[in-house]
Design a protein around this ligand. Structure first.
Ligand code: C2E
Ligand code: MG
Ligand code: MG
Length: 708
């Protein structure tokens, strides 16, 4: 075949010239019928001509041109006729004809060319595939290396600690930052397990979250968590842990990222400690206590109980006032130390509420007995004197104990109840504990309401005065009236003096209140004098202990008498025995001045207090009022009654021996009045002679008597 002559044209011309080789038609049929090769008819014709031509060339040569025959076979493979079926049919075509040897030889050469071309082609294809595969693999490896390098760089240079572990909890890798956080060398981290990293202060829930993560129930979690460093120090971290799954979704790895937050944590802790602790004693302060208390009330177990011991030091004020604040502070710190040492081991919280008040909180209290035991522990802890600066300071305490089901109360109500119970403990005598009593507490609560309201009550005109007759037993005539104060409380209704005088004395409000009563009573008595002249009753006014001890008493009364125009002889001041502690008392001088002024004094509730009668000699009193209890207790008959009357009779003669006028209080019936008259008692006061009443009613009585 020459380069200048297209193969197809020559083939077509040659095909008809040689009858020994299969002609072009047979080849064309064979190739067209072959499976799987689609060829343009022109290209097919050209292929047929070329094949036929090569075969003719091979045959025509002498000996047979094996090369040309092989080329014809290769030509078919080149044109994608690689089907072995086609080969056998082609061999059939070539071996047919007259069966001469050259035909078999031709077919053999053709087949060899075909096979060799096919092998060559297969090899080429394999090589191409191998090359492609190789390139692909190299690309993939490079990409992987790159991404791995990127990951390594990130992992190693990260400022944040990163650890990788499997889901069994084995630590597989830890970066430099993590090693630094743990203060560990790479080999220290080897073979360690996540579960070894438990810390007693671990945030509750952190290990539950961890278990959920490694079992595939959650994808990540985040906590602030402490760890022990290699040197045993504690490091605080912000930990974020994530789960890595494989393509099937099975959990395979965990990745932990840790940020060292120790400094931040310590600062936070310090601020928190400062906010929740009392700087003087180091104990939890009021707000920390309330936080803990309130936590008990959040979502309590059914039947949960708690206890409170409200502690107040006895006599702390004396130490503070006499030895100075510095000593007082040292004492408080020492007390705090003792309380904490005694109660902390029992699992109770000790807090300082302020001043000399402490509180013990019992969470999950098992009952009253446990709370009482805590109170006894408090008292025992403070039983021995506290040595400070060479002084041995005896400091006792009073404790109000409250033990209740959580469901029965609220934090505020509980603290107030404990406080009121403490108040009772103090009132009953120091150095003791008292248990919460709901009934007494209810009364005390109203006392609480009273003290809160009282300062404004006077300005708002909520007080008023009733007057109770004091009558001469001889003829039943009205000799005097006693001024008895009442309070129309906007919420609690009318309160008797027993319900608020005590609080008024404690809070000091008795001073303005007592002055007001004096002004009112003297004014009223003066009005009656103006209206009824000599028939007007005298007036008795009660003085509280504090009033008697007050330096301004004499001048106050002097002013009031002058302002109201009441003659001093018409006023009697009732004082209790306890108002006069001893003959040298300051107040005794004041009482003398009052008597000098013309005012009378009477001892109220005689027989209930001071048993030493000597004071009666020095006291410038002119009357005695026998306490109502002596008389009203005489209702019962029998031995008791006989004895009771003897006492009253004895008191009457004692008073007369001292030259005093005697008034019996609490006379409720005519029988009593008769007996008192018989034994020589001068005057009587009680329901039989008239209840405390409005001033108008007193006036009506005077008018009525005058008309008789
Ligand atoms: P007190 O001075 O001994 O007054 C007599 C008390 O006995 C009054 O009680 C009176 O209502 C009550 N009473 C009178 N007759 C009878 C009776 O036949 N049977 C019974 N069971 N009780 C009778 P009240 O008004 O409750 O006063 C109680 C105390 O309050 C007074 O006792 C007095 O110590 C004090 N108080 C009253 N007003 C004042 C005041 O203005 N200043 C001061 N500091 N204390 C006052
Ligand atoms: Mg009185
Ligand atoms: Mg009395």
């Amino acid at each position: 075949m020459t380069a200048s002559q297209p193969a197809g044209e020559r083939d077509l011309a040659a095909s008809a010239t040689d009858p020994d080789t299969p002609d072009s038609d047979q080849w064309a049929r064979l190739l067209r019928g072959s499976q799987g090769v689609a060829m343009h008819p022109g290209a097919l014709n050209r292929l047929v001509s070329r094949t036929v031509e090569l075969l003719h060339d091979a045959q025509r040569a002498e000996p047979l041109d094996v090369g040309a025959a092989a080329e014809a076979g290769a030509l078919l493979v080149e044109s994608h006729f690689t089907d072995s079926e086609l080969l056998s049919r082609a061999i059939g075509l070539l071996s047919a004809g007259d069966g001469r040897a050259p035909s078999a030889e031709l077919a053999g050469a053709f087949a060899a060319g075909w096979a060799s071309a096919l092998r060559e082609r297969t090899l080429q294809e394999q090589e191409a595939i191998r090359l492609a595969a190789d390139t692909a693999r190299r690309d993939a490896e490079r990409a992987l290396r790159e991404s791995e390098a990127r990951f390594r760089a990130l992992f190693e240079s990260a400022a944040i600690g990163i650890g990788i572990g499997d889901v069994e909890g084995n630590i597989l890798a830890a970066n430099k930052a993590l090693q630094q956080i743990f203060g560990a060398r790479p080999e220290d981290m080897q073979g360690r397990r996540v579960n070894d990293l438990v810390h007693p202060e671990d945030t509750p829930g952190v290990w539950e979250a961890y278990e959920e993560l490694v079992s595939g129930k959650r994808e990540h979690f985040s906590f602030d968590k402490p760890y022990y460093r290699q040197d045993g120090e504690v490091v605080w971290t912000h930990l974020t842990c994530s789960l890595i799954r494989d393509d099937d979704g099975t959990p395979v790895y965990q990745v932990a990222m840790l940020e060292d937050i120790t400094d931040r944590y310590r600062l936070q802790e310090r601020l928190r400690h400062q906010a929740t602790h009392d700087p003087l004693t180091g104990l939890p302060n009021r707000s920390a206590f309330f936080e803990r208390l309130e936590a008990i009330f959040e979502d309590p177990e059914p039947g949960a109980r708690f206890g409170l011991c409200y502690v107040d030091l006895d006599g702390f004020k004396v130490v503070n006032d006499s030895l100075g604040h510095e000593m007082g502070d040292q004492l408080l710190a020492a007390v705090a130390l003792r309380l904490e040492a005694a109660l902390r081991p029992l699992g109770h919280l000790v807090a300082r509420l302020g001043g000399d008040e402490f509180v013990v909180l019992l969470e999950d209290c098992r009952g009253e007995a446990e709370a009482v035991a805590a109170a006894k522990t408090v008292l025992a802890a403070l039983a021995k004197p506290v040595p400070i600066d060479g002084h041995r300071l005896a400091v006792g305490a009073s404790v109000g104990v409250l033990e209740r089901p959580v469901a029965a109360t609220t934090p505020m109500a509980a603290v107030r109840a404990a406080d009121l119970t403490l108040y009772r403990a103090k009132a009953e005598g120091r150095g003791r504990w008292t248990l919460f009593d709901p009934q007494r507490n209810a009364r005390a609560v109203s006392r609480y309401a009273v003290s809160v309201r009282m300062p404004v009550a006077l300005d708002r005109g909520e007080f008023f005065i009733d007057y109770q007759p004091l009558c001469l037993l001889a003829d039943g005539s009205l000799a005097a009236v006693e001024a008895l104060v009442r309070w129309r409380h906007p919420q609690l209704g009318v309160l008797g003096p027993d319900e608020f005088i005590g609080t008024a004395e404690e809070t000091g409000l008795i001073m303005p209140l007592g002055r007001w009563v004096l002004e009112q009573a003297c004014g009223q008595a003066a009005d009656w004098v103006g209206e009824f002249g000599d028939r007007a009753p005298q007036v008795n006014v009660n003085l509280a202990v504090r009033q008697v001890r007050n330096a301004g008493l004499v001048s106050d009364i002097d002013r009031i008498l002058r302002d109201t125009g009441l003659a001093p002889e018409r006023l009697t001041l009732e004082i209790t025995e306890s108002a006069v502690v001893g003959p040298k008392d300051e107040s005794l001088r004041a009482l003398h001045s009052l008597v000098d002024m013309g005012v009378s004094l009477a001892v109220d509730d005689f027989g209930t207090g001071w048993s030493n009668l000597a004071y009666l000699r020095d006291l410038p009193v002119s009357g005695l009022k026998i306490a109502g209890s002596f008389v009203s207790d005489l209702k019962d008959s029998g031995r008791e009654q006989v004895l009771g009357w003897r006492i009253v009779s004895g008191l009457v003669s004692l008073a007369h021996t001292l030259g005093l006028t005697v008034t019996a209080e609490g006379v409720e019936n005519a029988d009593h009045a008769d007996r008192l008259r018989t034994m020589g008692c001068d005057r009587a006061q009680g329901w039989h002679f008239g209840r405390p009443m409005r001033p108008e009613q007193i006036a009506e009585r005077i008018v009525k008597v005058g008309e008789e």
